[in-house]
Design a protein around this ligand. Sequence first.
Ligand SMILES: Nc1ncnc2c1ncn2[C@@H]1O[C@H](COP(=O)(O)OP(=O)(O)O)[C@@H](O)[C@H]1O
Ligand SMILES: O=C(OP(=O)(O)O)[C@H](O)COP(=O)(O)O
Ligand SMILES: [Mg+2]
Length: 393
Amino acid sequence: MKKTVKDIDVKGKKVFVRVDFNVPMQDGKVTDDTRIRAALPTIQYLVDQGAKVILASHLGRPKGQVVEEMRLTEAGKRLAELLGKDVRKVDEAYGDAVKAEIAKMEDGDVLLLENVRFYPGETKNDPELAKAFAELADVYVNDAFGSAHRAHASTAGIAEHLPAVSGFLLEKEIAALGGALENPERPFTAIIGGAKVKDKIGVIENLLDKVDNLIIGGGLAYTFVKAKGYEIGQSLLEEDKIDLAKSFMEKAEEKGVKFYMPVDAVVAKEFAEDAESKVVSIEEIPSDWQALDIGPKTRELYRDVILNSKLVIWNGPMGVFEFDKFAEGTKAVAQSLAEAKDAFTIIGGGDSAAAVEKFHLADKMDHVSTGGGASLEFMEGKVLPGVAALNDK
Ligand SMILES: Nc1ncnc2c1ncn2[C@@H]1O[C@H](COP(=O)(O)OP(=O)(O)O)[C@@H](O)[C@H]1O
Ligand SMILES: O=C(OP(=O)(O)O)[C@H](O)COP(=O)(O)O
Ligand SMILES: [Mg+2]
């Protein structure tokens, strides 16, 4: 068991809180604030206890440099609205100017640092950067469940220098996911989609030891379609994962895990909201088109599997649901989960959670996790670095 904010005295202390405010954005605005709302209990608690609350997060993948659209300014504004309280935002994440701002804070004040991934040391877990973060505070709190599978300077390295405890969200997520997976009800179905193919394809190997059904959709699916020998046109592909995809399909067969992939797709002429589109069978994706959603036959197939399951874990949208034209597959799977009254349903991921919010189905799920990659790695049985770094009770 890890210590939580309740196990330490925070009054008057400077508390560095790593949150996951990696929220979906469009045209400079936050389009889904699920992750900000999920961090509120910890932030509010620290405010009420009279801590000086210093928040840190990443947004997107700026690759170690400043990217204007990836500033945390808008997330900070949304947080201020939700908290009903001023949130001061600075444009850096460590250093003398930040220390000077912190020195001005009163007990109960909230300060938001700039995107920690604007610095190359963050994702490399650079010890110098971890130390620079630690110098800002007396205590470290990790509440960024969505980033707990990353061993980065602000999620792991910093914990070596300060008393390090978990926030309420991290604690709640681990309890909810751990509880469901301890003695999984069967049939147990995992649905994996989304766009982070390189990150997520690897989890499939361990999942094959745990699940009865594995459903593949979203951008992830086309590396498998390609591995089957079909043309995928301009669809998302991880060329160097094709052999891995092939081996997973073979392994599924050996282990008696039922493996489902799209039988049809909605293809588009280009990656755009208003692109010309049509439904084709999976063997017939034209070479200059790209698959942006699963097709109607696939939606039916997946629905049957979901309705016959007792436990369903879903990470990663089935298509580019941000564009209404390509949202039907994701919507159908969300509706099937909502309909599956006999099943315990868990949805995870920043974008998947945004999708079920968009379709007003979030309250029909048993657990909506703020982590996609994090919940998958947790489900694999891996110890998450962001959790491992915290102090034991
Ligand atoms: N067929 C596809 N082609 C390209 N992108 C896709 C496709 N299907 C889904 N996506 C994209 O995947 C993104 C989410 O992926 P990911 O971050 O892995 O999921 P999550 O945040 O739920 O863990 C969405 O922005 C969506 O537009
Ligand atoms: O959005 C996230 O993960 P998710 O897309 O798997 O839900 C987390 O903020 C982690 O981001 P990263 O995958 O860029 O490390
Ligand atoms: Mg995502």
